[in-house]
Design a protein around this ligand. Structure first.
Ligand code: ATP
Length: 169
């Protein structure tokens, strides 16, 4: 199937033949502090509340919470990875919006800082806090955040290139 760019100005859509057009989907990842990412992409894979969600253009509208996890964006055959610290995901046919409690692009992750945060959390948990207490939950969350940041940041640096997209199925 030949892939030729549409002659329509102002659209990043592709004529896939037989009159079928492939439109990208807008992806915006924002936190309270900043816009982490905004671009037209081919696919988003997000850590949804009930499991990994693969989102292509024209996806049915959806609103869900996000778990701690890795979010992947594919654009022009390249993948970009993000550490997402929970939040909300809204899908519309032409747009994916992530309102994240915390989000960092893999390249931005400070591995030394994440390593220190994990060590701190491990040391505090080793002190024998009562499981079920607020403090215990707080430190467990800090451990989850730092472990995720290490995973996403190290994977990127090890391979030098984004890994193949894992759909989790
Ligand atoms: P720390 O104890 O190192 O501050 P934390 O888990 O308490 O880590 P958060 O409260 O989740 O940090 O995040 C605070 C801000 O710092 C957010 O903007 C988040 O994106 C950023 N951040 C936290 N850790 C890192 C890191 N290792 N690399 C880059 N940015 C980070």
């Amino acid at each position: 199937m030949s892939k030729s760019q549409s002659s329509e100005p102002g659209f990043g859509n592709w004529d896939l033949g037989f009159g079928i057009f492939f439109m990208p989907i807008r992806c915006e990842i924002v936190t309270q502090e900043r816009i982490v990412y905004a671009d037209d992409v081919d696919m988003v894979v997000a850590p949804g509340r009930d499991g990994v969600l693969g989102i292509l253009p024209h996806h049915a509208p959806l609103l869900t919470t996000l778990q701690f996890g890795e979010l992947l964006v594919r654009k022009d055959g390249q993948e970009q990875s993000f550490a997402i610290g929970g939040g909300v995901l809204e899908v519309r046919p032409d747009k994916v919006t992530v309102l994240a409690d915390a989000a960092e692009m893999a390249d931005e992750i400070d591995l030394a800082r994440a390593g220190e945060a994990r060590q701190r959390a491990e040391e505090l948990l080793a002190q024998g806090l009562p499981p079920g207490s607020d403090r215990f939950a707080e430190i467990e969350n800090a451990l989850k955040r730092s472990t995720l940041r290490l995973k996403v940041g190290q994977k990127k640096r090890r391979s030098g290139a984004p890994p193949p997209m894992d759909m989790g199925h």
